[in-house]
Design a protein around this ligand. Structure first.
Ligand code: PLP
Length: 400
């Protein structure tokens, strides 16, 4: 009999990990692999934030903290939510965890009873369905068409809601497509949600700052203030502040939910690192002028990648409004044959083909619950992206 519990066995093996392992094996064999599968910025954590972390160590801020996070950090988050999003939260409505990831998980684990359903528009971040399963709920995937730029429509939402629906997961800008929900898009979904007062909204705003002008960020609790009482707004410093390894994310919502999330955190991780929390105060309240530079650089890279990939036979790539991913449609290569005679039957086959033949690591769309696509992260230097795209174009042209 296996030692592993049934609820853990329900978790799907990660596509990203399989691809990373294969890329590592090829590198060990001496192959030069360009990795475009990463979900993090390639920039270093800005100097002022690193300095704040060093100061925290030097001044002995190295002990246990409050489970919900240190008060000055929660005050900084409170002020940020007011300043950037026009949202009013008190400090006890805010919890800090080990990345947005833990906050999302705590939110689900604190609220789901067996059989509760969570509506997840797909494509989606790989972790949502498995987090729902681990928390005892049932993921309800709703396919969002590329024709609608992968946005959930009001009609699709309406037909996915049942009496068992507990949450709608809303991530904008969206990993993996870079899709942004405008204030109008959110208002239209709010119209449906108003009719179903038992449904809560988890707004995952982790890519908030990575948006390309003229697009503008909006979040549900701001667009629909009447839904504030059933919205958990999640955000963090990982992406815009280049702090993926520091593990600081936060959630803001009704005090009852936040208290329950703190109960879970109190019996699991306790809190994220004290040092990271002090550094995050600087990230949230200090100088953030670097974000404008990062966004300009990401935008230039996005344009390089989108333009070049659209020259690849069999690929079609829309221009995303945010984040640092493109999600090209690869239906045009499915059914084609490689030079060694293998048929590309799925996007996983295509991703493997790109890895083996072009030396470029990407993630197949199946990992994000939408096929046939691949996700390409453009969090790499322009010259490297150029080279990778040239290789992809060549590899596509070699299929027959
Ligand atoms: N939410 C989405 C949509 C993400 O893509 C990610 C990371 O890839 C996270 C949350 C997790 O962020 P963090 O590193 O803060 O846990």
């Amino acid at each position: 009999m296996s030692i592993v519990a049934d609820h853990v066995k329900a978790v799907r093996p990660s596509e990203t990990k399989a691809m990373t392992a294969r890329a590592a094996a090829l590198k060990e064999q001496g192959r030069e692999i360009i990795t475009l599968s990463q979900g993090e910025p390639d920039f270093d954590t800005p100097e002022n934030i690193r300095e704040a972390g060093i100061q925290a160590i030097a001044s002995g801020k190295t002990r246990y903290t409050a489970v919900a996070g240190i008060t000055p950090l929660r005050e900084a988050i409170r002020d940020k939510l007011k300043r950037d999003n026009g949202l009013d939260y008190s400090v006890d409505q805010i919890t800090v965890g080990c990345g947005a990831k833990q906050v999302v998980f705590n939110g689900l684990f604190a609220s789901l009873n067996p059989g509760d359903e969570v509506v997840i528009p797909g494509p989606c971040w790989v972790s949502y369905p498995d987090m729902v399963r681990l928390a005892g709920g049932t993921p309800v995937m709703v396919e969002c068409s590329e024709n609608l730029a992968f946005r959930l429509s009001a009609e699709a939402l309406e037909s996915a809601i049942t009496p068992r629906t507990k949450w709608l997961m809303l991530n904008s800008p969206l990993n993996p497509t870079g899709t942004l929900y405008s204030a109008e898009d959110l208002a239209s979904l709010a119209g449906v949600l108003r009719k179903h007062p038992h449904v809560w909204i988890l707004a995952d705003d982790i890519y908030e700052k990575l948006i390309y002008p003229p697009a503008r960020f909006a979040t549900m609790a701001q667009v629909a203030p009447d839904l504030y009482v059933r919205t958990l707004t999640v955000n963090g410093v990982s992406k815009a502040n280049c702090m993926t390894g520091w593990r600081v994310g936060y959630g803001a919502g009704p005090a009852e939910l936040i208290k329950a999330m703190n109960t879970i955190q109190g019996q699991t991780s306790s809190h994220t690192s004290s040092i990271s929390q002090y550094a995050a105060i600087e990230a949230i309240s200090g100088d953030q002028s670097y974000v404008t530079e990062f966004v300009a650089e990401f935008q230039a890279r996005r344009d390089i990648v989108v333009n070049r990939l659209n020259e690849a036979p069999g690929l079609r790539c829309r221009t995303p409004e945010g984040a640092f991913y493109v999600y090209p449609n690869c239906a045009g290569v499915i059914g084609k044959r490689t030079r060694s005679g293998q048929i590309i039957a799925t996007d996983t086959d295509f991703a493997m083909y790109l890895l083996d033949n072009a030396g470029v690591a990407v993630v197949p769309g199946s990992g994000f619950m939408a096929s046939p696509y691949i996700r390409i992260s453009y969090a790499s230097a322009r010259e490297e992206l150029q080279r990778a795209c040239d290789r992809i174009v060549k590899a596509c042209a070699e299929l027959s």
